[in-house]
Design a protein around this ligand. Structure first.
Ligand code: HEC
Length: 383
């Protein structure tokens, strides 16, 4: 069966192609960090002069007897790549410039902003980076590529975080869908994801609630480059039919593969792309479908990018059943993420999702989440 696409669908597709083409064109010549390259020899001199007494010649920490303090639980071991690569340079720089308490760390870590020139601090960070032998071709992805989480679009970076995210109907019958998402990385490239949804719906003026279809996912990073600002990952997911079909459950096991590509630009603008499919075991119960999501945003932070981060973004969310005569559902979701804790490991995001094609029976939704990056400290630490 042939179906003519509607004007708004064609505009949407045109827009998506335009965005992808523009960003790929921008990507080719870019270097994430142009300008002066760090002077590691100077960084070493700074380290030997001001840091070695506490952090030790090997970067693991000077013996407690000679350093003269008890190590806090979060004391860094700069040789351990799994601790250091997820930290963007800006996190370290904020601590070195303003001292430990600025990011909710121990006051034993002094502030060097008055003692060292800006370039000395950049140089010593470059020297710190050398403690983790991350120079193989297949290296740990760097924390700079861990872009602000969008509400719908899944990112490529392997995370250690807990997210509670809720979508509430903004019109029509009240309905809430809350997801408890646990993400945990292991090794340089991999991450598991467990997503447990809870659904609460007003059905003819009485509330019905049930767990939804859970997701168990495995993500693998295939490529990442700090120089070009890009990261690419694949994820395979399985959704057993744990949900109630009366409340939107699939009623059959669904396999969900997707690809995610994220691109950061020197201006702190970024784009996140996710494309995948939902492939049910019994397509007669639930049809197969394709989805594609894009998030485009900008991160803004005062104090030379060391302060609180605000990330306004807009998502374009598309899904289409693989059936004759099926329509593509397009939604637009402007939103704002902000870091709540000074350590920036607790973040919140709020947005409004509006359907703009195939709108019958699909209500606008208010969506928000709270995120805890638990690798950076306990929930109540770092304030
Ligand atoms: C007087 C001891 C002392 C000196 C000197 C010192 N540090 Fe620290 N530094 C610490 C302690 C203690 C911590 C851990 C704080 C915590 O986890 O609460 C720390 C933490 C850090 C961190 C980790 C921040 C994070 O995100 O985990 C960095 C980076 C750092 N120091 C860099 C430096 C550099 C660079 C110098 C020299 C310019 C330096 N430190 C000098 C004691 C010191």
């Amino acid at each position: 069966m042939e179906r003519r696409s509607t004007a708004s669908e064609r505009i949407a597709v045109f827009f998506v192609v335009l965005v992808i083409a523009t960003f790929s064109a921008l990507l080719l010549p870019q270097e994430l960090r142009p300008g002066r390259s760090a002077n590691v020899a100077n960084g070493r001199a700074v380290y030997d002069g001001g840091c070695i007494v506490c952090h030790g010649a090997d970067g693991k920490g000077a013996p407690e007897t000679s350093a003269g303090f008890r190590r806090p639980g979060t004391f860094p071991d700069f040789t351990s790549c799994d601790q250091t690569t997820p930290e963007p340079d800006a996190n370290w720089k904020a601590v070195i410039v303003h001292g430990g308490p600025h990011r909710g760390f121990s006051p034993i870590m002094p502030a060097f902003g008055q003692l060292l020139a800006d370039r000395d601090i950049d140089d010593v960070i470059a020297y710190l980076r050398g403690f983790c032998a991350n120079n193989t071709r297949r290296h740990w992805p760097r924390g700079e590529l861990n872009l602000p989480r969008a509400i719908v679009t899944e990112k490529a970076f392997p995370e250690d975080e807990l997210v509670v995210t809720t979508a509430a109907n903004a019109s029509g019958a009240p309905g809430y869908e809350t997801h408890f998402i646990h993400e945990q990385s292991f090794g340089p490239f991999d991450q598991i994801e467990i997503d447990a949804p809870w659904i609460l719906q007003d059905q003819n003026h009485s509330y019905a609630s049930h767990v939804g279809d859970m997701t168990f996912g495995l993500k693998h990073v295939l490529f990442s480059s700090l120089r070009t600002g890009s990261i690419f990952a694949l994820q395979g997911g399985i959704l057993p039919p744990t949900g109630s079909t009366k409340l939107g459950g699939n009623g059959t096991t669904v396999f969900e593969p997707f690809a995610a590509f994220d691109q950061l630009f020197p201006t702190n603008t970024w784009v996140q792309l996710q494309m995948g499919a939902d492939l049910p075991r019994h397509p007669k119960i639930t049809p197969q479908s394709l989805f594609g999501n894009i998030a485009v945003g900008q991160t803004i932070a005062g104090d030379h990018r060391l302060g609180r981060q605000w990330s306004p973004m807009v998502e374009f969310v598309a899904a289409r059943d693989l059936q004759d005569g099926a329509k593509t559902d397009w939604d637009v979701l402007p939103e704002m993420q902000v870091t709540l804790s000074p350590r920036q490991h607790i973040r919140a995001n709020v947005g409004v999702r509006t359907p703009f094609t195939d709108t019958a029976g699909r209500s606008p939704q208010v969506e928000f989440y709270v995120l805890w990056d638990w690798a950076d400290g306990k929930f109540w630490e770092g304030w």
